[in-house]
Write a new protein. Structure first.
Length: 212
């Protein structure tokens, strides 16, 4: 692996956005394959941050800083990935369920998914179940991620599962859920396809659900 990709990875882990951007631009100038810059540089760095986050070795601020560095690196790389035909793993629609206005967890999940190579459609907060399903259909998404921070709103996750069912998308679009009050047994109870205890695990779970 080229030294520059290693540098991109290391600087991304440290959250040095300007350095990551400069190194990505340099790698582009050196005609390094855009897919390699993405996978061995940016995504490799985010993957390490994800692992450390899971083990409580880094916390939310470090993840946010690393994600910002990744965004900076992606700026000039994105158009090249498209023209090189580098496809995202799959598309995931993510939203906080109806009645719930919390977005920090959801935003972290979006970042971790992007850091794992997914295309992410952020539906925002207080989202109707039908809206999540509609976005999944329009964007040919493989997974819907529903988040809730309140016990009073997590019941609306069941409606997301029901909406997928009534749209005839069961099996085609998988539903994963997460958030502070949510548990695996609740996921089983409402018929969700998966539960993730944290943002880094959500990216792993999405990979499994999307069959990647």
């Amino acid at each position: 692996m080229s030294a520059i990709l290693e540098q991109i990875k290391e600087n991304l882990i440290k959250g040095k956005a300007n350095d990551v951007k400069a190194l990505v631009d340099q790698a582009i100038k050196e005609d390094i394959n855009p897919g390699e810059i993405l996978n061995q540089g940016l995504l490799a760095g985010m993957s390490i941050i994800g692992e450390r986050f899971k083990k409580n070795e880094v916390y939310v601020p470090e993840v946010l800083i690393a994600a910002r560095a990744m965004k900076a690196g992606m700026e000039n790389l994105k158009p090249l990935l498209a023209s090189a035909g580098v496809e995202p793993l799959a598309t995931v629609v993510v939203g906080t369920v109806k009645g719930d206005l919390h977005d920090i967890g959801k935003n972290l999940v979006c970042m971790m998914l992007e850091g794992a190579g997914f295309k992410v459609i952020d539906a925002g907060i207080n989202v109707e179940p039908e809206k999540l399903v509609q976005l999944a259909q329009e964007n040919n998404a493989a997974v819907i991620g529903a988040s809730a921070l309140l016990t009073t709103t997590m019941v609306n996750m069941k409606n997301v599962v029901e909406s997928v069912k009534s749209a005839g998308l069961t099996g085609k679009v998988k539903v994963m859920i997460g958030g502070a009050p949510v548990t695996q047994s609740f996921a089983d109870e409402i018929g969700a396809d998966g539960y993730a205890p944290d943002a880094a695990s959500a990216a792993d779970l999405a990979r499994t659900l999307a069959g990647k």
